[in-house]
Design a protein around this ligand. Structure first.
Ligand SMILES: C[S@@+](CC[C@H](N)C(=O)[O-])C[C@H]1O[C@@H](n2cnc3c(N)ncnc32)[C@H](O)[C@@H]1O
Ligand code: SF4
Length: 428
């Protein structure tokens, strides 16, 4: 097996920047005072579907706290399943009543978490059916259920597909059993592999998430992760760079010396370049910076791509974030407060008015996610032009007459490119 270092390190531009951080979607917005939230909400909801949109439902529970993960919120208890599903369904039903001026269709629904697959089968089925009942889903709507192996056997998966899910995204992270154990994962790499093999036989688009840049994830471990994933009949594969946020439990293990530090950007960028090269060579298509689709296996990756654009996204469930009508909002992330909010009232915990550059931010994020940039977006901005020329010199991108194309190294660094481009804009 070749190692990632042996393969063409120049494609990785390993030291282009010292930081790799995304801009929050609410960047540049203006906070709305709390006393205005509900009236503004009620005023705007009737117009929230004048155009096509996405819907995101958040299920913020996990049976365990995986040490690497930035999404953990609440410990899972079986008793939450029914209560939380009832609350989500009432949130969907209430909003359906208010949404009167609707010509737009929901192009993609995403159940994200936490661990949506932790909900009991009957509750997941009720929730999926409620989406079909209360949301105007497009005929070809992509309907994704995110989850993990634990508490999600094939019968449960089949019941969700029968109810209307057509895409299942499973967090695998790595197939290396020792590393999985360290990261707090219950199943071995072999069990994860066999599980995915069986899942791929179901009539749905099956996607797996892998992470690169974990501590102890050597060239060999990563090369094996990519080789293993690509032998499965998956429709889609996500490869995410490990973000070692300061609040993650893994930092305690690193401080104690139980684990070495995570791989630096220099190694991460090489691991990224290696995965891109290997997957393309094996016939996969790169459909966004982090996502690969295998031809003719029906993968569209619609939600994950469109959510970076300026399309509206309706949000439901504790901790979910959405936007429409020129504002962004967050549903109450405190579980008890969410559950206790009267059913006829949206449980809001944040609202902001979009800033003047929001459309440009969405356009930039969306197109860089797809691997290019329209030159017209920053044509009248000399500072941005200088940056683009500098990045061309560093081989992060190629400026051509019609478009600016990201190289593989530019695709790895795209969160930083977006951030630096937006920082050139006047802030008034
Ligand atoms: C919302 S999480 C849900 C994962 C799912 N509950 C599971 O247990 O696999 C979705 C994906 O985010 C990615 N992720 C989580 N923490 C991350 C981090 N610190 N850096 C990069 N990606 C991360 C993982 O690949 C994960 O599968
Ligand atoms: S990886 Fe999944 S189960 Fe683990 S803490 Fe994150 S969201 Fe929860």
């Amino acid at each position: 097996m070749i190692t990632t270092q042996q393969w063409h390190p120049s494609q990785a531009a390993p030291t282009a920047f010292t930081d790799r951080k995304s801009l929050m979607p609410i960047w540049g917005g203006q906070n709305i005072p709390e006393n205005e939230w509900l009236s503004l909400w009620n005023e705007k909801v009737p117009y929230s579907l004048t155009q096509d949109a996405l819907a995101y439902l958040h299920i913020p529970f996990c049976a365990g706290h995986c040490v690497f993960c930035g999404f953990y919120r609440n410990a899972w208890k079986e008793s939450y399943s029914q209560i939380y599903t009832d609350k989500l369904i009432s949130e969907l039903a209430n909003e359906a009543q208010l949404r009167r001026q609707s010509q737009g269709k929901i192009q993609a629904v995403y159940f994200g978490g936490g661990t949506p697959t932790a909900l009991a089968t009957e509750d997941l089925v009720r929730l999926i059916r409620a989406c079909y009942q209360y949301l105007p889903l497009a005929d070809d709507c992509e309907f994704t259920l995110e989850g993990r192996i634990s508490h999600f056997d094939l019968e449960k998966a089949q019941a969700c597909i029968d109810a209307g899910v057509n895409r299942i995204s499973i967090g695998i992270q790595t197939f290396n059993s020792a590393l999985r154990k360290r990261m707090g994962r219950k199943h071995s790499g072999e069990e994860a592999y066999t599980y995915l093999q069986q899942l791929c036989d179901l009539n749905a688009v099956i996607v797996a998430d892998l992470i690169f840049g974990f501590p102890n994830q050597t060239d060999e471990v990563w090369a094996n992760d990519i080789a293993t994933a690509s032998t499965l009949a998956l429709s889609g594969l996500d490869i995410y760079a490990f973000n070692c946020y300061p609040f993650l439990p893994i930092n305690r293990l690193i401080q104690k010396g139980t684990l070495p530090p995570p791989q630096p950007f220099a190694v991460q960028s090489q691991h990224y370049a290696y995965a891109v090269q290997q997957l393309l060579a094996k016939g996969w298509l790169q459909v966004s910076n982090n996502h690969f689709a295998y031809p003719d296996r029906r993968e569209r990756n619609r939600y994950n791509t469109l959510v970076k654009s300026d399309i509206s996204c309706l949000a439901f469930g504790s901790g979910a974030g959405g936007n429409f009508g020129g504002m962004s909002y967050q549903v109450q992330g405190d579980l008890q407060r969410y559950l206790e909010t009267p059913s006829e009232q949206k449980a809001l915990s944040f609202m902001s008015q979009h800033g003047q550059h929001k459309k440009l931010l969405s356009q930039t994020q969306y197109s860089l996610e797809l691997g290019f940039l329209e030159p017209s977006l920053f044509a009248d901005n000399p500072q941005a032009q200088d940056l683009l020329l500098e990045w061309q010199k560093q081989s992060l991108l190629r400026i051509e007459a019609d478009k600016i194309y990201l190289n593989t190294s530019g695709r790895y660094w795209s969160p930083t490119l977006v951030r630096q481009l937006m920082m050139t804009l006047p802030n008034d």
